[in-house]
Design a protein around this ligand. Structure first.
Ligand SMILES: Nc1nc2c(ncn2[C@@H]2O[C@H](COP(=O)(O)OP(=O)(O)OP(=O)(O)O)[C@@H](O)[C@H]2O)c(=O)[nH]1
Ligand SMILES: [Mg+2]
Length: 459
């Protein structure tokens, strides 16, 4: 782009934002929460669906004229692979799209008839741009590091590594650090140490329920692959008191990582959001046990501190946008029977209580829902001993075997230590249902989600 094109592009963006003709929706969720599945389903539903599939998405009832993927997106921007993701779901047997390893973007033009007023009288249609971004969940975990000092980060890391579900995996690396020469900053020894820390992070990632693995770029480096910026690890807190060249180096590396990796990522994708959906796989955490549930809570509360909420104002929209509406969604609600959805919502409310209070205090409307972006089960009933019992029918994601089962109850209240010692939650992961072409993807409450996040912007 030459400077004139660039200037024109920026002025177009500014006009769109000023007149509310562009909406940036942020999907916030840890790795595996279901961001890619949600974005794929959302693009599919908006471009293909009709009012019978999305009955609660009010604009679709009468005024909807359709949605198109913007084909003019700059070729330099990685494009969200919507079509590729759909193709996984269409394979036989159907598969889930893979975990994300880089960021990508897609813009949709939503076209509808204005609802009332002068615009309805003089305009045949109105377009609103919906900007969607996908990224690896691991990168999100870096955001809290922006508010920390290197010492705080080391202390937090080693407190976490001492938790019951992590301590065994961390022991070797802790011993390795204890034996390290704090004045040795030779390239080779720093590289070796960092690659050992990276191996530890990979071990953590494979543990069920170990969410807070930082720095996230050590696991999914993206454009920073192989750069010295990723030579960063938390030294033991007592080593910081001892001091030495290695301590100084790590402090410098931490500051560099903050300014050159996290800050630009935050500015580019999260600083200008209008709406947010926070996706949480709470069932996965219940399966992994008490420590996992607590770590999920800790990670989300830390991450969510990075976002600004508040009522909308046109001037702020241009100069310092804030999130003006947020939806907290328990994902994969199709892993439980419909009678458990309310319990899922209550549990998510308790998990995020502190953050919900902040959002409310900042006068930002929010809602909590249980959703499935892509439904992988059919809910029904079985008759047992003359009693009608709820059940699910689906295909196990691990064995591929067909299942008809009752997945179990979701606790309505925060489960205490005793419950975890007596009971092991086992909400099965399901493979996607076979999906014949021309059919629309099944979902749970995607229409409610779209109505809540977009409805008031499409009037
Ligand atoms: N049953 C069911 N499973 C889902 C749904 N959405 C996601 N999943 C499951 O969760 C896994 C992770 O979903 P993704 O959409 O890849 O998660 P992500 O948040 O994009 O994860 P990263 O790319 O690693 O950050 C999928 O492979 C599915 O197994 C859903 O709506 N229903
Ligand atoms: Mg993804």
């Amino acid at each position: 782009m030459d400077w004139l094109q660039k200037a024109r592009w920026h002025s177009e963006q500014l006009t769109k934002r000023t007149f509310h003709r562009q909406l940036r929706l942020g999907v916030t969720g840890l790795s595996g929460a279901g961001k890619t599945a949600l974005l794929t389903a959302m693009v599919h539903q908006l471009t293909q669906s009709n009012s019978s599939v999305l009955p609660f998405f009010s604009v679709m009832q009468q005024r909807w004229l359709g949605a198109r993927i913007d084909q003019n997106q700059s070729p330099q921007l990685p494009r969200f692979s919507f079509e590729k993701n759909l193709s996984y779901l269409q394979q036989q047997p159907a598969r889930w799209p893979p975990s994300t390893v880089g960021w990508s973007q897609l813009t949709l033009a939503l076209r509808y008839q204005p609802e009332s007023g002068l615009r309805a009288r003089f305009q045949d249609y109105q377009d609103t741009e919906l900007v969607l971004v996908d990224y690896p969940g691991e990168w999100l975990l870096d955001l809290p590091m922006l508010q920390q000092s290197y010492r705080q980060w080391c202390e937090q890391s080693w407190t976490l590594f001492a938790k019951p579900h992590r301590i065994a995996a961390a022991q070797d690396f802790q011993q390795r650090l204890q034996g390290v020469d704090l004045n040795d900053t030779s390239v080779l020894s720093v590289q070796d140490l960092c690659s050992d820390y990276c191996a530890l992070l990979r071990r953590f990632r494979d543990l069920a329920g170990a969410y807070l693995n930082q720095p996230g770029r050590l696991l999914v480096p993206g454009e920073f692959e192989g750069t010295p910026l990723l030579q960063l690890l938390p030294l033991l807190p007592e080593q910081l008191d001892q001091g030495g060249a290695l301590v100084d180096l790590m402090q410098k590396q931490f500051a560099n990582y903050q300014s050159k990796v996290i800050e630009p990522f935050y500015q580019q994708y999260f600083s200008a959001l209008d709406r947010q959906v926070v996706l949480v796989d709470i069932l996965g955490a219940l399966n992994a046990g008490e420590s996992a549930l607590l770590e999920l809570k800790q990670s989300l509360l830390l991450i969510l501190q990075s976002f600004d909420y508040g009522p909308e104002h046109w001037l702020r929209r241009i100069f310092k946008p804030r999130i003006s509406k947020v939806l907290f969604a328990a994902s994969k609600a199709d892993h439980v029977t419909p009678d458990q959805h309310q319990a899922l919502i209550l549990l998510l409310q308790q998990l995020l209580l502190q953050h919900l209070q902040t959002v409310k205090f900042q006068l930002c409307p929010y809602e909590v829902m249980a959703i499935a972006a892509i439904k992988a089960s059919e809910a029904g009933f079985v008759i047992q001993n003359g009693q009608q019992l709820p059940c699910l029918r689906g295909r196990s994601a691990t064995t591929g075997e067909a299942l008809t089962y009752y997945p179990g109850d979701v606790p309505r209240y925060w489960p205490d230590h005793q419950l975890f010692t007596k009971h092991h939650f086992d909400f099965q992961s399901l493979a996607p249902l076979p999906w014949p072409q021309q059919h629309l993807l099944g979902h749970i409450r995607m229409d409610h989600l779209l109505e809540y996040l977009l409805g008031d912007k499409l009037t």
